[in-house]
Design a protein around this ligand. Sequence first.
Ligand code: 13P
Ligand code: 13P
Ligand code: MG
Ligand code: MG
Ligand code: MG
Length: 377
Amino acid sequence: AELTISCIKADVGGFVGHSAIHPALKDEAGRQLEIARRHGLLIDFHVTACGDDLGLLMTHRLGVDNHDIHRLAWDVFDICTRVAKELKLYGAGQDLLKDAFSGNVRGMGPGIAEMTIVERLSEPIIVFFADKTSAGAWNLPLFRMFADPFNTAGLVISPAMHEGFRFRVLDVRKGETITLSTPEEMYDLLVFIGAPGRYVVESITAKSTGVIGAVSSTQRLALIAGRYVGKDDPVCIVRAQGEFPAVGEVLEPFTMPHIVEGWMRGSHYGPLMPCRIGDAHPGRFDGPPRVIALGFQIAEGRLIGPRDMFDDPSFDEARRLCNVIADHLRRHGPFEPHRLPMEEMEYTTLPEVMKKLADRWQPVNGHAVSPEQVAYQ
Ligand code: 13P
Ligand code: 13P
Ligand code: MG
Ligand code: MG
Ligand code: MG
């Protein structure tokens, strides 16, 4: 039978500030999902948190984009928001951008990564959760896992992987997707996913079997809300072994703490720090951005786990390097390239400040700008 893995997450209130989650929210979410499991809607579930984001991992037989599953997630976030309001947690209901549920949580604020699979003889999966960053943060690690032979030995030596993979990429501005095939279209793929603010890897399938291997949340909150409402804080589900990268190949990209957008006020670049679940409480300048990795073996839909995959001294150097990079970037203070470029600051509160100063600018002779340049202002 087909099994669907649904990971739906939202920030419904931070403790303290945007740094972490209050245990009462996780407890409430667990109670609600346990009721759904007893009623037979879910086979199994796991509740987690990364920073101030509450993550609901659920297995069921209803397929992706299922009304009842999405309704359940929305209701859980709604109930948890009530708890958050009682405790006056910070930004209670932050990611619930619409008032009423309308059939599907897509476009309503929560992040969603879902895949339907036929469970293999052994089904290892890794679920990544990030805080203080944007949906495109998985582009680089997903490329490394599924297309870079310097990361993934299996691309070279495993007959099951040697054919390569198909990447489906979403243009978040136009709402269009393109599917590109690696290795032959690797350079074309990089044209787009090297710009993670605009192009986001949505899913990856194995060419040898046509089977899905990874799916990520692509919601861009600022584009839904039209204003700054915090960062997307995305999730990603990756299947491992067999025709997919080995578990160690799935984790390996995070030994290079790549620079992502997010961090303080969603307005800065910073290194993505792989950390233990218990360390996913970004405190320094509301960061640096965090990623946690929860490993599970799936058994007839049951989630056996999680194993805390970054709870391993072999990631200590990556964490140390993150702190070195964080120190260096922080010393730039309000200067680029620590602060995001102007185009990206469009969805922060900076334009409001600039508007106040608009009539203070005096024209200077000989410095007229072309219409193309005006477009940037
Ligand atoms: P083990 O012998 O520990 O099972 O390792 C097998 C392997 O292929 C690790 O990548
Ligand atoms: P979150 O998206 O995690 O709430 O972060 C918002 C923010 O502005 C942190 O400084
Ligand atoms: Mg928050
Ligand atoms: Mg967050
Ligand atoms: Mg957020």
